[in-house]
Design a protein around this ligand. Structure first.
Ligand SMILES: Nc1ncnc2c1ncn2[C@@H]1O[C@H](COP(=O)(O)OP(=O)(O)OP(=O)(O)O)[C@@H](O)[C@H]1O
Ligand SMILES: [Mg+2]
Length: 313
């Protein structure tokens, strides 16, 4: 089978996490793995025929399709049995997801798809969606100004966590113990771009530890506990958090599967905090790394992703 890995970077830049693992696992299973870099791909509309866009994506190499064509060096990208996207960007996701949308229009099997990535990469949108679907989360508010933040903090209580919409690897997550620490953070964010900020109750009893549950195609394939390094509240392994084996309760499994299901992501990294009220979801990642998870659990995550990507062929 021919599988593409979509990387949202320039070819000369550092590659996104997991690419080499996916290449190795794919090759071991006898597949051809091709790197596709977003910055080298162009999207073309079809020529107009009598004022109407021509239909059919035969030149695209996709199965069926509606006419837009994704080209690499002026050539159609050719047939792929699956395209695995590693959306490693931190900007507004809708700048990047049109490429995935175009590939989907061409009939390619794309994981994760454009629409769920657009939501998952925007913490604001994801919070609002999860609330509607009854996914348990820490109590939160979305605010813009120092004044609104003061009001929200009176409701949420301290300590609390402030989060920007497009953070990553823990960058964009701030811990505020009281008004004296929250106000300057909010003031800076307000001056920097004025974008909305999420304020969230800090779950103290989670003990600076969260659960990372890896869900592929609606099944939990591995999970671990991550403990923040001393001096930090953020458990992300990319900033020194350490992974440990974890046994999930039935409740935690159900919440993780529900969150992955609601997010409509085929490949999902669900972050959960163990709280007095039971498991609380803090986010679901559309581009979850898996190096630490493979190390801790011994599960071949890359192989599982490849197998799921080509399932149905
Ligand atoms: N409400 C909270 N209470 C306690 N700890 C939290 C809370 N929210 C976040 N954290 C800690 O901060 C870490 C990072 O938060 P979060 O997962 O929301 O953002 P992120 O990992 O930076 O985002 P992304 O995955 O999009 O890069 C979590 O893994 C957790 O350890
Ligand atoms: Mg996270």
């Amino acid at each position: 089978m021919r599988i593409g890995v979509l990387i949202f970077a320039k070819p000369e830049e550092d590659v996104a996490s997991g690419i080499e693992r996916l290449e190795k696992a794919g090759r071991e299973a006898g597949h051809e793995i091709v790197r596709l870099y977003e910055t080298t791909l162009s999207i073309y509309s079809p020529p107009n025929v009598g004022g109407v866009s021509a239909k059919g994506g035969s030149a695209s190499g996709g199965r069926g399709g509606t006419g837009v064509e994704v080209r690499l060096d002026e050539q159609p990208i050719g047939p792929f049995d699956a395209l695995i996207a590693r959306p490693n960007f931190i900007e507004e996701p809708s700048l990047h997801t049109p490429l995935l949308e175009a590939l989907e229009q061409n009939g390619y099997r794309v994981l994760n798809r454009a629409a769920p990535i657009t939501i998952a990469k925007n913490k604001l949108l994801q919070h609002v969606r999860f609330q509607k679907s009854g996914i348990p989360m820490p109590r939160w508010a979305i605010v813009h100004t120092v004044k609104e933040a003061r009001r929200a903090s009176a409701l949420l209580g301290f300590p609390l966590i402030a989060k920007v919409a497009f953070g990553t690897w823990g960058a964009g997550v701030f811990y505020a113990e009281n008004l004296e620490t929250l106000q300057p953070i909010m003031h800076y964010l307000q001056v920097r771009d004025g974008n909305p900020v999420i304020l969230e109750t800090f779950i103290e009893e989670a003990n600076r530890t969260d659960l990372r549950v890896f869900v592929v195609g609606g099944k939990i394939i591995a999970a671990m506990e991550r403990k923040a390094r001393p001096g930090d509240v953020r458990a992300n392994t990319s900033i020194g958090g350490e992974g440990h084996t974890a046994q999930l309760t039935k409740d935690e499994e159900r919440v993780a599967l529900d969150a992955a299901h609601v997010s409509e992501l085929d490949i999902a990294g669900v972050d959960i905090l163990r709280s007095k009220q039971g498991p609380l979801v803090i986010e679901v990642n559309a581009n979850p790394g898996f190096a630490e998870l493979e190390r801790v659990t011994g599960v071949n995550i890359a192989k599982t992703i490849i197998e799921f990507a080509i399932s149905g062929h």
